[in-house]
Structure formats: C-alpha cells, structure tokens
Design a protein around this ligand. Structure first.
Ligand SMILES: NC(=O)c1ccc[n+]([C@@H]2O[C@H](COP(=O)([O-])OP(=O)(O)OC[C@H]3O[C@@H](n4cnc5c(N)ncnc54)[C@H](OP(=O)(O)O)[C@@H]3O)[C@@H](O)[C@H]2O)c1
Length: 218
C-alpha cells in the first residue's frame, strides 16, 4: 500500500498540524484536495495540490469534494466556535453518509489526548488536567465536540474505516522523532511529528476503529 499514489481530502490543511500533513502527502507523491477557509494561508505550491475555498459549514455538495478521493483527513479545529456548538460533529454527520455514497472508505480524525474515547474514562491525571488547565485554556468545548465525533463514529459508522488520533501537541518545533500508537502512553509531540504519524496511521490497517494516543518510543 505504501508505494501506491492516493488522493487525500484534507480538512484543516492551513492549520498547525494540517499544513505539515499537506506537505508530507505531496512530498510522498500523492494528490491533495484541501478545503480551506482562507486560501491565502496555504503557502504550498504544487501541481498535485488543489485548493478549494470553503468552510465545513457551507451547504455545498460534500459528494463533489469526495470525487476521486481515497482518504479523508480531518485536522479541523476552531476553539471559539466549538465552545458554542459541536461544529465538527455536525460536519462529520454529513461527511460519513457522503463517504458511503461515494464509496470512500477511510477517515482519520485528529482529536486530543484529553478527548475521552467513547464509554471510557480518562486516566485520573488526564481528568485532573482537563478540569484545570484545559478548562482555563477555553478548550473544553473542543474536546466535547471531539468526543461527540468519536461517539458518532463508534456507534454509527463502523462500516467506515475510521481512526482517531488523540494527539498531544506542545510545539511547532522540528521533529523529535517518530510517534508510535498506544492506548496508554502519550508524549508531548510537535505538530510535524503528529502530521507524520497521521500519514502513517492512515495507511495502517491495524489502526482501523482505534482511538489511541501517540508517544515517542525512543
Ligand atoms: N493544538 C494543539 O495543541 C492540539 C493538541 C492536541 C490535539 N489537537 C487537536 O487537533 C485538531 C487540530 O489542531 P491544530 O492545532 O492543528 O488546529 P489549528 O492550528 O487550530 O487549525 C485548525 C484548522 O481547521 C480549519 N478550520 C476551522 N474551522 C473551520 C471551518 N469551519 N471550515 C473549514 N476549516 C476550518 C482552520 O482554518 P483556518 O486556517 O482558516 O483557521 C485550520 O486550518 C483539533 O481538533 C485539536 O483538538 C490540537
């Protein structure tokens, strides 16, 4: 699978993780379709990159966006809007039926380490940090939205090859190494390493229907 060339529909491609993901996919020779609110923020130029101006809230045809797509990747986030409503969940609830119609099977969603897997509890220290640091940073809404996406995928989308990366990210510094999937261990990673991990995860069949953390194994 790693030698094949694919088309990725990237949501959040101008974001801190998404911009690295777009570069990684293009550098590996794949095609990328990026739905972006602000095309001027997309500073990558590549014949294999198609930038479409729009937001996930627009009432355009998602089916058209999915034309010829192999993988859908969401690195979406808007903490201000997500405080008020589950915008990502509303979008994912439209995306998944469109993926079924267009026969696009695989979807990666980047959530956070503080986003709880469906019907599971966070480890005690994660819970404490979520009720303090995350709450005071104004990010509880983002995790509530991520958790609603995870619930929807788990309960209503098991025919889709979804995977959730519960990322922990600290900086936009250079790579600190390769991240590895884990149910229990996490590292404070860089955006570029999370993007590289997302790329590997998408091609990893053993990651289907997982909702794991990531850590630097060495
Ligand atoms: N940042 C962290 O430290 C961190 C840590 C762990 C997990 N995460 C999770 O990872 C995800 C991505 O994080 P990030 O920090 O890489 O994100 P980010 O830098 O905030 O970027 C978010 C991306 O989503 C796009 N976006 C937001 N609302 C949109 C809409 N309505 N329509 C279209 N595009 C929209 C943004 O577009 P614009 O460029 O136009 O704003 C941007 O490209 C989030 O869900 C977050 O929970 C983040």
């Amino acid at each position: 699978m790693t030698n094949s060339k694919f088309t990725f529909l990237v949501l959040g491609g101008t974001g801190r993780t998404g911009k690295h993901f777009v570069s990684i996919a293009l550098n590996a020779g794949h095609k990328v379709i990026a739905l972006v609110r602000n095309p001027e923020k997309m500073d990558i130029q590549n014949p294999n990159l198609k930038v479409i101006k729009g937001t996930i809230n627009d009432s355009y045809s998602i089916d058209e966006l999915l034309n010829g797509v192999d993988f859908v990747v969401s690195m979406l986030g808007d903490a201000r809007l997500q405080k008020l409503e589950n915008v990502n969940t509303e979008f994912v609830k439209k995306l998944i039926p469109a993926m079924r119609r267009q026969k696009v099977k695989r979807f990666l969603y980047q959530a956070g380490g503080f986003s709880r897997p469906h019907k599971e509890k966070l480890p005690f220290m994660f819970w404490v940090l979520k009720q303090t640091m995350v709450r005071f940073s104004g990010l509880l809404g983002q995790h509530r939205d991520n958790e609603a996406v995870i619930k929807y995928l788990t309960e209503q989308a098991n025919d889709i090859e979804w995977m959730v990366h519960r990322a922990s990210i600290i900086s936009d510094d250079a790579s600190k190494g390769n991240l590895t999937r884990s149910k229990t261990k996490n590292s404070l990673a860089t955006f570029v390493d999370c993007a590289a991990f997302n790329y590997q995860l998408l091609l990893d069949e053993t990651a289907i229907h997982t909702c794991d953390l990531s850590y630097y194994a060495k």
